[in-house]
Design a protein around this ligand. Structure first.
Ligand code: NI
Length: 177
């Protein structure tokens, strides 16, 4: 296990479209997933895509602590070769941060409810129909696999700011888009 270096915005790897993982059970993929989980928990963060550790492959890890996910902890888990689709047409503005853009947050429009799927390192299917933080994290991490960073989705730059300042002067977002 090892802590990996996290790429910061401006590094070209974050703009690459990541390649599918050919063999999810390969020892190097298991090791990568384990190292990514360790790196995410150390940061700490709720999600981390392989592109963020300079490896443009289609996998991400996530960990939703119980106190941020309505009392139900999710993960830490790995999602390899993910796909997702919206369920319904509702979108909402949600505040997001990113380990590749430390210290900043902004409100981003996201699907409220999605269905996603992928596999774990044993090839077992993972995913399901989710909403709330879970749906947000999946959409944010999935974007990384296509070289999209959340500032590219910001529609109201008045919501973009440093974490400490937004905490001092709450913009009162989370309204329907
Ligand atoms: Ni991110």
């Amino acid at each position: 296990m090892a802590l990996l270096k996290i790429a910061r915005m401006g590094h070209p790897v974050l703009l690459m479209k990541a390649e599918p993982v050919a063999d999810p059970g390969a020892p190097e993929v298991r090791r990568l997933a384990a190292d990514m989980i360790e790196t995410m928990l150390d940061a700490p963060g709720v999600g981390l895509a392989a592109s963020q550790v300079h490896i443009p492959l289609r996998l991400f890890v996530m960990h939703l602590p119980a106190d941020r996910n309505g009392g139900a902890a999710i993960g830490p888990s790995v999602v390899i070769n993910p796909s997702f689709e919206p369920v319904g047409e509702d979108t909402a503005m949600r505040f997001e941060g990113c380990l590749s853009i430390p210290g900043l947050r902004a409100a981003v429009p996201r699907w409220v409810r999605i269905r996603y799927s992928g596999v774990d390192c044993d090839g077992r299917p993972v995913g399901g129909e989710v909403d709330g933080l879970h749906a947000n994290v999946v959409q944010h991490e999935y974007d990384h696999l296509d070289g999209i960073l959340y500032p590219m989705r910001v529609t109201d730059f008045c919501s973009f700011g440093f974490v400490e300042e937004l905490a001092r002067f709450p913009p009162g977002m989370e309204k329907a888009a």
